[in-house]
Ligand binder design. Structure first.
Ligand code: MG
Ligand code: ZN
Length: 220
């Protein structure tokens, strides 16, 4: 597989667990749970669900939330070596995340340049936290993704490139469908099997490096 480009999710992929879920578990009133279930079952859009979840949190908690995440989030094994591998091989790597700037940027500091990170933004000026969506869906997507991964794939990659999508959840599915190959765990792995997308499972980023090495041999 020649001329690869990698689109990599953040929450539950680069980090061991989902940071939005961790924030809600710790700081939100119980209503957040049905919003989460609505998103996972695709009854409500990601944008609506995530927006409403953060609306449950008061802005004055900002620093508590940031401290909590920086203390508890864990970067998945091998990520740093994986980033180095993509640099050595000249494979463009974009982080495309439905996460929020205030935790994505600090967790990726010194690992990924900020101009390679695409995520949502939090606005703490009102009483409750407001999420802003700088990467909304383009004309080809009506899923109300929030951070629209398919739109970003269209914007960041070209036809000549083999698109590798790395992710863990239902929020990566539309991107995975546009990919030439999916490297998946958890719910995205189930969905990739179900839909017969070309894919391999991963646990650590050393697995991802091995898979990328194997893909070198594949003619596409
Ligand atoms: Mg994820
Ligand atoms: Zn979209």
């Amino acid at each position: 597989m020649k001329n690869k480009v990698i689109i990599c999710d953040f929450d539950g992929t680069i980090t061991e667990t989902d940071n939005i879920i961790a924030i809600m578990k710790k700081f939100a009133p119980p209503e957040w749970d049905s919003l989460k279930n609505g998103v996972l079952s695709q009854e409500i859009s990601i944008r609506e669900g995530v927006g409403k979840m953060f609306q449950l949190l008061p802005s004055f908690k900002k620093n508590d939330i940031i401290d909590y995440i920086l203390e508890h989030a864990e970067i998945r094994t091998g990520f740093k070596d994986f980033v180095q591998y993509t640099k050595d091989k000249n494979i463009p790597l974009f982080i495309v995340s439905g996460g929020i700037d205030f935790f994505v940027y600090p967790l990726l500091k010194d690992l990924i340049d900020e101009d390679k990170i695409y995520c949502n933004r939090a606005n703490f000026t009102n009483e409750q936290i407001e999420i802003e969506w700088p990467y909304s869906c383009d004309d080809h997507c009506d899923n109300e993704c929030g951070c629209c991964k398919p739109s970003l794939i269209r914007k960041l990659t070209d036809k000549e490139q083999s698109k590798i999508v790395i992710g863990d959840s239902i929020t990566d599915l539309q991107a995975a469908k546009l990919g030439d190959f999916v490297i998946a765990r958890d719910l995205l792995l189930e969905k990739s099997k179900e839909l017969n997308l070309p894919h391999k499972p991963f646990t650590t980023f050393y697995d991802v490096i091995d898979i990328l090495e194997q893909l070198e041999e594949v003619e596409v």
